[in-house]
Design a protein around this ligand. Structure first.
Ligand code: HEC
Length: 121
């Protein structure tokens, strides 16, 4: 009993300590192939996407939920960037885990002003 409580606290501590670097790593592994940090190339830049979601969603929770929901199953009727859907066509569905998307979304929210490569040398 006590042992499992200890493990649970360690797991919770770990997830908050590592949320930032893990989020950066997951972003680089999963999103950067299409989304550049600051330039619109084959998709809107992560900076523009993040800033637009922050303008529309007033709290971190709403931001994280909306962004994770969209990426989990992209649908035109849930898009808040319809001009980009026209320009680049709808983002494909890529079978991400929701927990992965939440870590990425939290990272984007917390680093909106400074989205640059963090884990690459
Ligand atoms: C295969 C290319 C590709 C990958 C990989 C990709 N995206 Fe996208 N994404 C797009 C394109 C194209 C758009 C613009 C059209 C749209 O909004 O659906 C887009 C749009 C978005 C939007 C705006 C949605 C809206 O409201 O219209 C978000 C948020 C987003 N991507 C997040 C992510 C995240 C987070 C990842 C990594 C987990 C990711 N994308 C990976 C191609 C991609």
């Amino acid at each position: 009993m006590q042992e499992s409580k200890l493990l649970l606290s360690l797991a919770l501590l770990g997830s908050s300590l590592y949320a930032q670097p893990v989020g950066a790593l997951l972003l680089e592994g999963n999103c950067i192939t299409c989304h550049h940090y600051t330039k619109d190339i084959s998709a809107p830049s992560l900076t523009r996407v993040t800033q637009h979601y922050k303008e529309v969603y007033s709290s971190k929770k709403l931001f994280v939920d909306a962004l994770s929901d969209f990426v989990k199953k992209p649908q035109e009727q849930h898009s808040i960037m319809l001009n980009d859907v026209k320009t680049y066509s709808l983002m494909p569905e890529l079978a991400f885990e929701r927990s992965t998307l939440q870590l990425i979304a939290e990272y984007l929210y917390d680093n909106a002003e400074d989205l640059t490569p963090k884990t690459l040398p």
